[in-house]
Design a protein around this ligand. Structure first.
Ligand code: NZQ
Ligand code: ZN
Length: 388
């Protein structure tokens, strides 16, 4: 295990009716609130009304609506201008990862003289940020409990990350009932995203980080157990609660700290979204099994055996490669059974830009530091294998 710092300061309010804490939480940070939300799901399911009912008499509320899935830099700039104009004290993000990510970039952008897009190449430019509170509505990204934000500039076909400890939410309200209305497609994509965060941290070169790996295996098994239930019975509280908490623990440092190196599949997926605006978790579900097949070798087979046995529940057999491949096949089967389209063609991507995306993935990320170093030709090969 490598040396590490673990810092997860977000105060979590988990469970039904936790929204009632909102006024007390916000009061700590000021009176002027910027309410950030997405395309209207919170209006349709009553959460918007509930938030306003609790806060509009006590706080001065400004609104920034219409945050896009794969949030755009233009919306961040709009939010920064609004915060400056209205002298906002605290940002309240109500939504999924896109809304929370957009709010993080706004929170940091308010105190930065240049353009917030600059943070994507250097997050140390973030030296101050408005406090951010989130109400999560979709179990997926872990943004509710971490520093990261992923913002897109579609004019440049770029989707890049930013964030440092200043952009970690101060508090997050996690009421699983708010995820009852998440459509099947997004529920499945969200679960694939959680699985991917855990897989990216699981498959690392660092040895001896048993705590992290056993925690990750437990979280992955939980996601595999509860996703079909949430898909079949969207208002199953137990399933939604477990997925929601797995989302937060999946990417708050718990399974990643102490393990060095870069991720693999996220780098590739972000290029797919940057060029084709696809749903993040769907892109990951398509890429991950192909990446696994690409890197399976004598050097990695033992880890795949652990994955097959401890996550997929397969029995140990002598043929390690057969077992490893069966583990990968099981993962793919889970994604397929959740209704995820499992090829690039299925999500409207043809071969035209594969080479360009492969080059960009390598340019934007340190893929040479991944579990198995990846170069442009590797990424291209993974993308080609994902086409059909
Ligand atoms: O926009 P609204 O109308 O709210 O609808 C959203 C959106 O259409 C809908 N939705 C959310 N909660 C709902 C709901 N619909 C009904 N009922 C609810 N309760 O779902 C759609 C997708 O929402 P979005 O926020 O885009 O999804 P997600 O949470 O998966 O976030 C994806 C974004 O997060 C980034 C991704 O790249 C992508 O841009 N990521 C952020 C990370 C982070 N901050 O740490 C890490 C991840 O790896 C990821 O890259
Ligand atoms: Zn992700």
């Amino acid at each position: 295990m490598e040396n590490f710092q673990f810092y997860a300061p977000t105060k979590i309010f988990f469970g039904e009716e936790q929204l009632n804490n909102l006024p007390d939480i916000l009061q700590e940070f000021g009176e002027k609130v910027l309410l950030v939300y997405g395309g209207g799901s919170i209006k349709r399911n009553g959460l918007y009304d509930a938030v306003l009912k609790l806060s509009e008499d006590v706080f001065e509320i400004q609104e920034l609506s219409g945050v896009e899935p794969n949030p755009r830099i233009e919306t961040v700039r709009k939010g920064v201008a609004l915060c400056r104009e209205k002298k906002v004290d605290v940002i309240l993000a109500v939504g999924g990862g896109s809304t929370i990510d957009c709010a993080k970039a706004i929170a940091a952008g308010v105190f930065y003289e240049g353009d917030p897009w600059d943070f994507t190449s250097d997050s140390s430019l973030i030296t101050k940020a408005l406090p951010l509170v989130s109400v999560l509505t979709l179990a997926a990204t872990g943004s509710e409990m971490n520093s990261g934000a992923v913002i897109s500039d579609m004019a440049k076909n770029e989707k890049l990350s930013l964030g440092n400890s200043l952009t970690i939410p101060k508090a997050s309200i996690l009421d699983p009932t708010y995820t009852f209305t998440v459509p099947e497609y997004q529920t499945a994509a969200g679960s694939a995203d959680i699985m991917s965060h855990l897989i990216e941290n699981y498959f690392k070169q660092t040895r001896g980080a048993e705590v992290q790996d056993r925690l990750a295996e437990g979280l992955m098994r939980t996601v595999l157990q509860y996703t079909p239930i949430a898909l079949k019975t969207p208002d199953n509280y137990e399933a939604r609660a477990n997925l929601m908490w797995a989302s937060s623990l999946g990417l708050n440092g718990l399974t990643g700290r102490g393990k060095g190196g870069s991720w693999s599949c996220h780098a590739i997926e972000h290029e797919l979204s940057a060029f084709y605006d696809i749903t993040h978790g769907v892109g990951l579900a398509i890429i991950t099994p192909r990446w696994m097949e690409h890197i399976l070798s004598e050097q990695t087979v033992e880890k795949f055996v652990s994955f097959a046995v401890n996550v997929m529940g397969l029995s140990l057999i002598d043929d390690r490669f057969a077992l490893a491949r069966e583990g990968i096949r099981c993962l793919k089967n889970h994604f397929t059974s959740w209704g995820i389209p499992m090829t690039l063609v299925d999500v409207g991507i043809d071969g035209e830009k594969l080479e360009l995306m492969a080059n960009k993935a390598v340019e934007h990320n340190t893929l040479d530091k991944a579990y198995v170093p990846l170069y442009a030709e590797d990424v291209l090969s993974i993308l080609k294998a994902s086409l059909n």
